[in-house]
Write a protein that binds this ligand. Structure first.
Ligand SMILES: [Zn+2]
Length: 219
């Protein structure tokens, strides 16, 4: 019963009785080391196996530009986005309805870009899955992540990452000279391995508050 909607005929009585096809906007949020990129690659793989066309995006990925990579060693081809990327233009022109979009490093999205992705979900019936950190090293939400929390259909947690003390992690702490840094540019961000000159470490709230990154940082 695909009737009027797919054959191009005018719907009876001027109204379509079929519910419009819509997509879903999901946020998969986790701390550093929670396996966001690996899950993003898996989700893309399974969607493609099911015959759905899709586009992958990442920003400032730990691997090469144009690639979404996981520290588990798997990688997939992706497009780099930056604050100037217009998702409605890039995705809307190249992806048919019912396609999918994966955005890794979604904390780097601007609020406007999150709204563009929401529009693609509603108007083009595209499924959008965003993978990212909720908060930066200062414990505050990234603007893009906050907008995703406000607009997403679903917010899905990733695996728990523990502090050195065994408690659940709460903050993606940035460690400089053996202490967590509490202020600075949120987007001077990198890998857990410290590729960008700082080291990142997941801490529980107490140890972040007390400024204690763990025994390995003590003399
Ligand atoms: Zn702790």
């Amino acid at each position: 019963m695909t009737g009027a909607a797919s054959s191009g005929q005018a719907p009876l009585f001027g109204m379509c009785h079929l519910a419009p096809a819509i997509g879903r906007l999901r946020l998969h949020a986790g701390l550093m080391g929670a396996g966001k990129s690996a899950l993003a690659i898996q989700v893309a793989f399974h969607r493609r196996q099911a015959g759905r066309p899709g586009l992958l995006f990442t920003s400032l990925d730990r691997g090469h530009s144009g690639q979404l990579s996981s520290r588990l060693g798997i990688a997939a081809k992706a497009q780099e986005f930056d604050p100037e990327t217009d998702f409605v233009e890039v995705v809307g022109e190249s992806l048919p309805p019912r396609g999918f979009v994966i955005v890794d490093e979604a904390q780097f999205l601007t609020e406007t870009q999150v709204e563009e992705l929401a529009l693609l979900v509603d108007e083009h019936a595209i499924d959008v899955d965003c993978f990212g950190l909720l908060t930066a090293f200062d414990s505050r939400t990234f603007p893009g992540s906050r907008r995703l929390v406000e607009l997403a259909d679903e917010i899905l947690p990733l695996v728990e990452v523990l502090c050195w003390c065994g408690q659940p992690g709460r903050v993606n702490a940035r460690i400089e000279e053996g202490k967590p840094v509490r202020s600075g540019d949120q987007v001077a961000f990198g890998d857990l391995s410290g590729d960008v000159g700082a080291t990142y470490r997941v801490l529980c709230r107490r140890h972040w508050r007390e400024g204690d990154p763990g025994p390995e940082y003590r003399d």
